[in-house]
Structures are given as structure tokens and as C-alpha cells.
Write a protein that binds this ligand. Structure first.
Ligand SMILES: NC(=O)C1=CN([C@@H]2O[C@H](COP(=O)(O)OP(=O)(O)OC[C@H]3O[C@@H](n4cnc5c(N)ncnc54)[C@H](O)[C@@H]3O)[C@@H](O)[C@H]2O)[C@@H](O)CC1
Ligand SMILES: [K+]
Length: 474
């Protein structure tokens, strides 16, 4: 099992905090030596010996570059170094630069174009503004790039691009991945991302004030089935269905059932006859919602898939008045467009980027920060869906999900997700844990669904996906 601490994604500033604390225990120069050696090792495993140019910036990222250059030269590779600016005198990077005895060439596009591989050690965690045009031109001339810690031009906190960039083939980072390694658009420029151990004391990592994690089993635990399980302990999920889009509610219900809910009931009102033509295991209720809400065992409700904004306006306030745990999606998000405070009281919202924008305005280049702010504003867990789904809690915690497949980008997939999340909440998970687990299980089902699945195909993999989450979380 991955320990929560192993899943931490410290931001560059939190890494700075870590470096400062570490300095009194392990000399930075030793960490740098380990980092540079790890880069050299990764390069040697990745490519056959060839001409390498190491681009070194003035900070510790550049320091790692000098160390990597020395180790590659010692391994018999043909290596040159180009410095953007000399390292700060007396610092660990200057010490590393002094130990470089190989050739130094100008920091130029022509040198970059001559090399078979360019190692980018210009800026890493210290990147705080867009790289200059000179740096952009030099990187653009490279045939193959391997980045140290983070590709120069990608914001490690947000994954935002700070300039036009060529893509790296590989990025070698240290200690832990950073949010920018998982968040788009940056993620698609980093190639394979390798995280090397450089001897950072684990106890120190536990001390930093980081509230961002990679979404994997171990961050949460999904309830298992036991001999005493019955349908009410497995959990009851209820949904509101509308008149015009029955498919979405049915997909959501199917997602809830296939991911292990004990009982899934759909409040279909006048449409009950139509829903009864569907799968026999889905219980269809025709009674008014007010009557259904008298059953206190029906705690968790999904509201939005297949509902018009008018229909949401009728049912969502009733669910909230009855203090139900509500997962709001689709129509419910449209109902609150521009007035997100209408959603106060729901447990979780699951917007895609368009729905998020209609609720809160454009998130800009920092979607992680925007999701956190929205969660804080509403007191609600926000699941900002995408290829790098972000789950943000009102208390500042956030998880980034990289465990997914582009195959999930198909109509109805989001309805399925709301059902899976409903099941996790009905099984007794906290809202944040349940949303994180639901997103992972949905991603796992997507990964098991082959290349071009339709939303209905995910269902058949949800049970196995939940099992995988249970096993990996042990
Ligand atoms: N996490 C760790 O414990 C370790 C980190 N190490 C390395 O240290 C790096 C961080 O080092 P630094 O904090 O020195 O930061 P950088 O080396 O990324 O940047 C150095 C300085 O460059 C300046 N700068 C940033 N963006 C610029 C721009 N666009 N144009 C011009 N100047 C710019 C800033 O003033 C910054 O402080 C990491 O990325 C990693 O490679 C390693 O040496 C080993 C240990
Ligand atoms: K770099």
C-alpha cells in the first residue's frame, strides 16, 4: 500500500520549505550530488551514449546539471556544459560547477542543435517568471530534451505553461512528484516522469505543510464486503429522474449499482412507467419526493444527471431541507450557474471545466487553486473533472487524479462517475474520501474498458475496479 505521505505532491514553495529544514540535517551539496547522479543514471538507462549538452541555470537546478554532466562524462559520454549565468558564489551549485572540468560552450541555439540530447537544468523549483526569449530559443533548438526536476517553462505548482515549449522525452524529479507533473497542460510536455530518491529524510517530509496528494489507494480506503454485509450496510443510493433525459439518470444509477451499492432507487414520479422498462434491479419510485424523504435510510442522493434546471429547482431544495447528502452534477450545476451559493449545503459537486466556469468564472491557469477556492467558498467538495481531475475539500486538501484514460471522455461517463461517488458516500466514506475513491475507481474502470468504450461499458468493470482499489489500499 502507498502511504499517504508517499502520495504527497509538494509545490515548489513547499519543496523550498523542505530544503531549508533538510539543510540542518543533510548538506544541500549531498542532496545535489545524489540528484545529479540520479539524472545521469536515468539518462544512461534511457539512451545510448551520445553527445550531450547540459544547460545550467544559476540556481540549484543548474547545480544538479553540473553534477549530472560530471557523472555522464565519467561514464564515458561526450558532454559539454552551457551556463545561462554563473552560480551564486559560495553556494552548493557553485561548488558543483567547480567540479566540472569538461568543456564549456556558449548558451546558444546552435550548440543546442549540435547535441544529440539536451539536459535542461536551467530552472526547476525556483522558477518564478517566464523564461527569457533567449532560453526559449535555445530549448526550441534541441533535438531531444531531458528535464531536471521540471521542464523550464512549466510551473511546478500549477502545470501552467510559462512560454512556448518543446516537449521533453523524460523528466527526472526528486523526493516527490510536484502538482505540475500531473496537471495539464504541463504534463503533456514532460515525457516519462521519474522520481528519484536522493536521501531526503522521510521524517522531514511528514513535517511540511503540504495538503496536496496524488489520488491513489492508500490516500483513502474503500469499505470491503463482509459476511455480515447487507444491502443497507453496503449503502442506499437514491436519484432524482427527470422527464426529458432519462438516459443520464439511468447511467448514474447503473454506475452506483455496478460499483457496489446495496440498493439503488430512482425517484421517477410521473415517468415511473418508463423507468420500469429498464433493468429490474433498479427500484423505481412513483411517490412524491416528500414522501420518499420520510425514509431516513435514504441518506445519499444524486441530483442533476438528466434533470432540467426547472426540475432541479423543484427537488434540490427539498433534498437540502431534508438534510440529505447530495452529490450535485449536470443539471444541478446549470441551475446554479453564476450563483454558486445556491449549492451551499450539497456534499459534493462534480463539474467539468465548462460547468465550473459557468458557476465560478474562468479558473485561469491555476485550476488547482481555483478548485480549492470554490470548495472553500461553498463548504463543498469540488470534483473538477478532466484528464487530471482535481478533488478539493473546503479545508484546503486536494488530490490530483492521474489514474484515468482518455477513453473516459465519452458522453455519459460523468453520469457514471456521480453514481460511483454516490455509492462510496452511501458506504460510509467521508465526502472527500468518497469523491477521491470514486474518481479513482471510475478511472480504473476506464483503463479496463479498452480503447473506444461507450459509457455503458464502464459499468461492467466497476466491480473489479472497486476490488482493485480495496486490494491496493491494503
Ligand atoms: N528538493 C530538494 O531537496 C533538492 C532540490 N534540488 C534542485 O534545486 C532546484 C531548486 O533550486 P533553486 O531554488 O535554486 O531554484 P532554480 O534553480 O529553479 O532557480 C534559481 C533562481 O533563478 C531565478 N529565476 C527563476 N525563474 C527565472 C526566470 N524565468 N528567469 C531568470 N531567472 C529566474 C530565481 O531567482 C531562482 O531563485 C530544484 O528544482 C532541484 O533541481 C537539488 O539540488 C537537490 C535537493
Ligand atoms: K529544469
Amino acid at each position: 500500500m502507498m502511504h499517504q505521505r508517499q502520495l504527497l505532491l509538494p509545490s515548489p514553495s513547499e519543496c523550498g520549505e523542505l530544503d531549508k529544514r533538510a539543510a540542518s540535517i543533510v548538506p544541500v551539496s549531498r542532496l545535489m550530488e545524489n540528484a545529479g547522479r540520479a539524472v545521469a543514471r536515468a539518462v544512461r538507462q534511457h539512451a545510448a551514449p551520445c553527445r550531450v549538452l547540459v544547460l545550467c541555470g544559476p540556481g540549484n537546478n543548474g547545480g544538479d546539471g553540473y553534477v549530472a554532466a560530471r557523472h555522464l562524462m565519467q561514464a564515458g559520454w561526450s558532454v559539454t556544459v552551457a551556463a545561462l549565468a554563473p552560480p551564486r558564489a559560495g553556494g552548493p551549485a557553485a561548488e558543483a560547477a567547480e567540479k566540472w572540468t569538461g568543456p564549456v560552450v556558449p548558451f546558444s541555439a546552435s550548440e543546442a542543435g549540435r547535441a544529440d540530447i539536451v539536459i535542461d537544468a536551467v530552472f526547476g523549483a525556483g522558477q518564478n517568471r517566464p523564461p527569457s526569449a533567449q532560453i526559449v530559443t535555445v530549448l526550441a533548438a534541441a533535438r531531444r530534451i531531458i528535464a531536471v526536476d521540471m521542464l523550464t517553462g512549466v510551473d511546478g505548482a500549477t502545470g501552467a505553461l510559462l512560454c512556448d515549449l518543446p516537449a521533453a522525452e523524460m523528466t527526472v524529479t526528486f523526493v516527490r512528484l510536484k502538482p505540475g507533473h500531473l496537471l495539464y497542460p504541463g504534463r503533456q510536455y514532460l515525457g516519462e516522469v521519474i522520481c528519484a530518491d536522493i536521501g531526503m529524510p522521510e521524517a522531514l517530509i511528514a513535517e511540511i505543510s503540504c495538503l496536496t496528494w496524488r489520488n491513489e489507494p492508500g490516500l483513502w480506503r474503500v469499505p470491503e464486503m463482509t459476511a455480515e454485509s447487507h444491502k443497507y450496510t453496503r449503502g442506499v443510493v437514491s436519484l432524482c429522474a427527470g422527464a426529458s433525459m432519462p438516459g443520464a439518470a439511468r447511467l448514474s444509477a447503473a454506475g452506483a449499482r455496478a460499483s457496489g451499492a446495496g440498493l439503488v432507487r430512482i425517484s421517477a414520479g410521473a415517468q415511473a412507467a418508463a423507468f420500469r422498462l429498464g433493468p429490474p434491479g433498479l427500484i423505481v419510485d412513483a411517490e412524491p419526493l416528500s414522501e420518499l424523504l420520510e425514509d431516513e435510510r435514504r441518506k445519499v442522493w444524486i441530483c442533476g444527471p438528466g434533470l432540467t434546471t426547472d426540475e432541479v429547482g423543484e427537488v434540490l431544495p427539498m433534498l437540502l431541507d431534508a438534510a440529505r447528502t447530495v452529490v450535485a452534477d449536470a443539471g444541478a450545476l446549470g441551475w446554479a450557474a453564476g450563483k454558486p451559493e445556491k449549492l451551499k449545503g450539497v456534499a459534493a459537486i462534480t463539474p467539468h471545466l465548462g460547468e465550473f466556469t459557468r458557476l465560478f468564472g474562468k479558473p485561469g491557469s491555476d485550476r488547482l487553486g481555483a478548485a480549492r477556492e470554490a470548495a472553500h467558498l461553498l463548504g463543498t467538495v469540488v470534483v473538477l473533472k478532466g484528464p487530471d481531475t482535481i478533488v478539493a475539500a473546503p479545508d484546503g486538501r486536494a488530490a490530483i487524479n492521474a489514474h484515468a484514460s482518455p477513453a473516459l471522455a465519452t458522453a455519459g461517463s460523468g453520469d457514471t462517475l456521480s453514481g460511483v461517488i454516490g455509492t462510496m458516500l452511501a458506504a460510509g466514506m467521508t465526502t472527500w474520501d468518497g469523491c477521491c475513491a470514486g474518481v479513482w475507481i471510475h478511472g480504473e474502470a476506464g483503463l479496463r474498458s479498452g480503447a473506444w468504450p461507450i459509457a455503458e461499458n464502464f459499468d461492467q468493470h466497476l466491480g473489479a475496479a472497486r476490488d482493485a482499489a480495496i486490494q491496493l489500499g491494503k
